[in-house]
Design a binder for this molecule. Structure first.
Ligand code: AKG
Ligand code: FE2
Length: 266
């Protein structure tokens, strides 16, 4: 965990030209650059690089920055360990849904699921009350394993209130993403969250998004459905969901609601 922090600090200390070697290309979501740049003035006060760190996508869309030199090696070891943790989480989540431990993993074809990792640096901001580090959103993952440093900033929404998630040394935060909400037929709800910034210290965070290949069909697990518990979400390709996510800035609205079979009033 310390090493990831160290290579990230080395990366963000590079010159803008060196960081931009890996600039996000139009139509993709990986590389270095501003978050959700849409031409509109939505301020996300963050310097960020996103890469496929594990799985099929990391080979299909290579995006490791060439510098710092140790980056790739550290990320390879880290992502392998995080994927193992995600696999265990999926088994546990299967059990807590009342299913055999292997059912959820089989349903989502867990062996093909990969990892996308973002490296966020939120610099100190002279007027932190005017911006957010990242606007309110839910993640596009099954689960997100998040490493944050010792500086607070992450808040989750619960019952209409924003609640700070205090950093705990050597611990990850696990967030439920939209895809788990769909496959669990709404039994698990993805968590809305946002990031605050401050005017004194920079903050680093590393969310690891456990995400499937683009062609994967996402739909509720059939073992959870019955006449009295009909599917809430239609089946969709992950590519369809992800294209919806990146075309608009983070508005705080739940994208996932657009896949409800019976649209909600909200
Ligand atoms: O910085 C954080 O703690 C969270 C970052 C986040 O939510 C994201 O990158 O999706
Ligand atoms: Fe997030």
């Amino acid at each position: 965990m310390q090493e990831i922090q160290q290579v990230s600090k080395d990366f963000f200390a590079l010159s803008p030209e060196e960081k931009e070697v890996n600039k996000i290309k139009p139509g993709t979501s990986v590389g270095y650059g501003r978050l959700f740049e849409t031409g509109k003035t939505v301020a996300n006060w963050v310097d960020r690089i996103t890469i496929w760190s594990y799985g099929e996508q990391s080979r299909a869309e290579p995006c490791m920055p060439p510098k710092p030199e140790r980056f790739r090696q550290v990320v390879d070891e880290y992502s392998e360990a995080v994927v193992k943790l995600c696999m265990r989480l999926i088994e546990t989540l299967s059990t807590t849904l009342g299913l055999e431990p292997h059912i959820l993993g089989e349903h989502i074809n867990v062996k093909t699921v990969g990892l996308r990792t973002s490296f966020n640096y939120y610099p100190p901001c002279p007027q932190p009350e005017l911006v957010l580090g990242i606007m309110p959103h839910a993640d596009t993952s099954f689960v997100t394993v998040l490493q944050q440093d010792e500086t607070p900033g992450l808040e989750i929404e619960k019952d209409g209130q924003w609640i700070l998630v205090p950093p705990v040394k050597d611990a990850f935060v696990v967030n439920i993403g939209d895809l788990l909400q769909i496959v669990s037929n709404g039994k698990y709800r993805s968590v809305m969250h946002r990031v605050l910034v401050n005017n004194t210290v920079g903050r680093y965070s590393f969310p690891n998004f456990f995400m499937p290949p683009k062609e994967t069909v996402i739909q509720p697990v059939k073992e959870l459905l019955s006449e009295t518990n009909p599917p809430l979400y239609r089946s969709l390709k992950f590519a369809e969901y992800i294209s919806g996510f990146y075309v608009k800035p983070l508005t705080g609205r739940r994208l996932i609601d657009s896949f409800l079979l019976t649209p909600s009033e909200s």
